[in-house]
Ligand binder design. Sequence first.
Ligand code: NAD
Length: 427
Amino acid sequence: MSTTASTSVTPDTSQALDTARHHLAAAADRLGLPDAIRRRLMLPKEQITLQLHPVLPCGKSLECTAYIIRHSDVLGPAKGGIRMSTRVSADSIAGLAMEMTWKTALIGVPFGGGKSGIACDPASLTPDEKELLIRAFARSAHRHIGPEVYVPAPDMGTGEEEMGYIRDCVSHSEGVSITRGCFVTGKPVILGGIHGRREATGKGVVHTLAAACRHLGMEISGLRVAVQGFGNVAAVAAQELYARGARIVAVADLTGGLYAEGGLDIPALQAHVRATRGLSGFAGANPINPEALFEQDCDAVIPAASGSQIHASNAGKIRARIVAEGANVPLTPEADAILNKAGVFIIPDILCNAGGVFVSYLEYAQETQREQMSLKEVEERLRERMETTFAEVLAYSIAHNLPMRAAAMDIAVGRVAEGIHARGAHP
Ligand code: NAD
């Protein structure tokens, strides 16, 4: 082994755990949860730290820390994506795992909540290095994942390809071609994945945004939208909105920011990003400072990048009527309070971006039954589930005079608490 390269890690500023605990405490107060249940839900059920150090053919070793956190398995095996980012920390992954518990309970799939993180900068890795790292993760994590324990999926920095490598590692270690049940979702269709999984989160975001528009007497056609991020969730949501006649007036991510009064040509922007790996330099739009994205004049903003992007300092500058949380935990509690006070309609993350985990559940079910669902069936079931869950949360929010996030949390936390009681673990 000639050299060792530690992958860089930046301080975690996401506050994901603090924010998740803040929202849980508020729901526990409203629901009058017993102290023992409240304390149990504040902490993850299991937290595993892995040290990965795969060796490249050139002799260089990559070193980084990874986490697997299961927050709750009361309603089923933990479900939640694998994040590759320099901002991964034990606390950020614990907060995101907790969010998954509420998301699966709310969208009505028989899963609990979990999350994994690999602390590295995926953009600095070659495809071979990334594959080596994800295979090292899969080998070390094998004991902790499985259809009855924890079922991972893509998240920031990972996608279909990486899920395929995990599927391959698992079947190698088990010495089988097809595994007993579903070990990972978001795989390529050829390896037992499901049609439409890659697009499911972004399309689900748009289903909830369309439902919010109907409720508020607004039209999707002509809606002026600002989108943060241009990865899996954001680019699909932007494309879907563009196809429905909305105007994506602004987009920003780590590579730059763009504004076009008449709306961006999203298919052309996608081609530009494929060719140049970034937003900047796109003709037909004016460059903007990515920090200024949320200040743009628009009807809806979709934060679909990383956590805590809307905070006390920029929340007051938002002029949109709707915030649709494509990302997980994109608002700090302070920003949430500012926007609620201003009468902004917030579609909370555990509802807005739940389309991905819903279609992951369909993948889990089809793999268990050795079937293949058609894209048409997946899309229809996704639309129907997003719309009925939105309607359920909206009805609760009106009946109890609560913002949508509080309504969604009360329904979700209430279901998990009911599960704890039904299992007989009374405090
Ligand atoms: P991705 O890695 O495909 O894309 C992330 C995008 O966000 C990139 O365009 C990146 O440049 C941008 N970004 C990252 N940090 C940023 C910052 N500080 N400022 C501006 N832009 C930034 O990730 P993704 O899968 O699209 O996930 C995006 C968000 O959606 C995450 O919060 C993730 O947890 C959440 N989410 C993803 C899924 C899924 O199915 N992929 C499901 C539910 C929720």
